[in-house]
Write a protein that binds this ligand. Structure first.
Ligand SMILES: [Zn+2]
Length: 278
């Protein structure tokens, strides 16, 4: 069994009313940071989980209809926050990034994919299948901006082999099936459907014995998981499968109760991210 080191970072943020993010939330805007994680493995080198926003997001949302995306969720991004610049501060060049694990294809998770020219893109095949043929309004309705994918995306794509799914050890209950991404149990992928088709969560075991569980947008706030509290019903409009969303959230709640030591990281929970990003 091997382990990885994990650095939690964020590239930009948008704002959203708290009462949309969680039932009973206040009538004020809160920040939704766009988390990405640097994962360093002794054999496979540096990898990313998602990418956050990038300048490309602003290029792609300059014109209508895509401009509506930016108007609905106003985005703030300083250039130095972009993944490639934060990695450079750590001595990592964009070409050093071996793989990018894509939780799902919403713009705030994939906007910087094109900055990593040597990376393979790892994702659940049904996640990309659900959006790949969409363009214009239909893509926008799924928060997917096709122009964010680099032109050689398909050549570098490494979708996971669904036949490689295997039972997870009982300690991960109620999650029973996962994917051993590097073959050494350091990174386990788990499907977390509902928010987006084929959304992928990632369990990362670190060298000091801590386990992180990156759950992407399965919940926007850690409070939702801790109390099994759903977002406002309006959020169902953007979820691929609201019923599965509820199921996934309930599973995360149960997991959190039984394994409180596992650090669950929802991609947009400012309170959670502040504990790691300072
Ligand atoms: Zn999303």
């Amino acid at each position: 069994m091997s382990s990885v080191s994990v650095t939690i970072l964020q590239a930009g943020h948008c704002t959203c009313p708290e009462h949309i993010a969680i039932q009973g939330g206040r009538w004020r805007n809160i920040r939704f940071p766009a988390m990405f994680a640097l994962i360093e493995h002794p054999r496979c080198g540096p990898m990313l989980f998602d990418t956050g926003y990038s300048e490309r997001f602003f290029r792609e949302t300059r014109r209508f209809p895509n401009r509506l995306y930016r108007l609905a969720t106003p985005v703030t991004l300083e250039q130095k926050q972009m993944a490639q610049f934060q990695l450079a501060e750590r001595g990592i060049r964009p070409v050093d990034i071996e793989r990018v694990f894509i939780s799902h294809f919403h713009a705030d998770h994939i906007a910087a994919l094109g900055d990593f020219s040597q990376a393979r893109y790892v994702y659940l095949p049904q996640g990309y299948a659900a959006v790949r043929s969409l363009g214009g309004w239909r893509a926008l309705a799924r928060a997917y901006l096709p122009g964010l994918l680099p032109s050689d995306f398909t050549e570098r794509a490494a979708p996971m082999d669904m036949a490689a799914a295997r039972p997870l050890p009982p300690e991960y209950a109620p999650f029973t099936v996962g994917f051993d991404l590097l073959g050494d149990e350091s990174l386990l992928a788990v499907e977390l459907p509902g928010h987006a088709t084929g959304q992928m969560g990632l369990l990362a075991r670190t060298e000091n014995g801590t386990t992180f569980f990156f759950v992407a947008d399965a919940a926007w706030l850690m409070r939702s998981i801790a109390s099994n509290r759903l977002p406002h019903a309006l959020a169902n409009l953007i979820f691929s499968h609201p019923r599965l969303y509820r199921l996934t959230l309930a599973q995360l709640h149960r997991f959190h109760i039984s394994r409180p030591e596992v650090r669950i990281i929802p991609s947009h929970c400012e309170e959670t991210l502040a504990q790691y990003t300072g």
